[in-house]
Design a protein around this ligand. Sequence first.
Ligand code: IPE
Ligand code: IPE
Ligand code: MG
Length: 260
Amino acid sequence: MLESLEGFIKPGSEEESLVNQLDFNRLPRHVAVIMDGNGRWAKKRNRPRVEGHRAGSKSVREIVETCGRIGIQYLSLYAFSKENWKRPKKEIATLWRLLEDYLKKEDKVLVKNNFRLKVIGQKTSIPQSVIEELERVEALTKNNDRLTILLALNYGGRSEIVDAVKRIMEDPDLKSDSLDEAKFSQYLYTADIPDPDLLIRTSGELRVSNFLLWQIAYSEIWITEELWPDFRKKHLLHALVEFQKRERRFGDIRPNVEHT
Ligand code: IPE
Ligand code: IPE
Ligand code: MG
């Protein structure tokens, strides 16, 4: 057992048996999560949808901590899409307030654990007080290097690509001859961040909902019926174990040994 998991994983538990199946030398570097199913979780309990979002923030805490302890380097969390503005005003307001509360409480935990927070998405149209909190916590954690949490807010994969094209067009030093896939990636919100190896979606929906469209070109996809507020470390460990059973070929006929 990794030292960082002692006291976190109960001896004899299902989690422990999953941890024992993991090869820590072949972990995904980057895990991306579409955190879905909060509304359905609340509905099942005859509670308002916002209760589901509140419960979902507990899952965020647990998954962030688990990723840090296991040694995942990058965790992307889809928290608010550009399309989510279509929801009722009250639900939207609660989502932003929950995020603000999370940042106010979790900043110390992020610092203590050497975690970095980085926002991806368009900061415009996010409420000002939330932007201030986000920028404060980003600045506070910018030199941390254990786990980078990419929080996708007001995020759309197509918008990200359009934004990249705009920045390319405005770059006087860039000649079209020198533009290739690697160069293009540098204009995305995720410049310098490796592509997700594993994409997890909760609540059983079989779609990507405009998340990291460019970056998931070769990600392994794992979808669980579990609703996000029920998603716990054992579910993440299960996804990691399943990920390690996949054979990644990247178009070749043999498995690629450089990638996990
Ligand atoms: C995911 O849960 C949270 C956000 C999209 C902000 P949903 O709110 O989409 O929950 P369902 O899909 O309606 O159950
Ligand atoms: C995707 O979930 C966005 C987030 C998890 C933030 P949605 O619930 O918005 O996705 P659709 O509408 O079911 O595709
Ligand atoms: Mg949903």
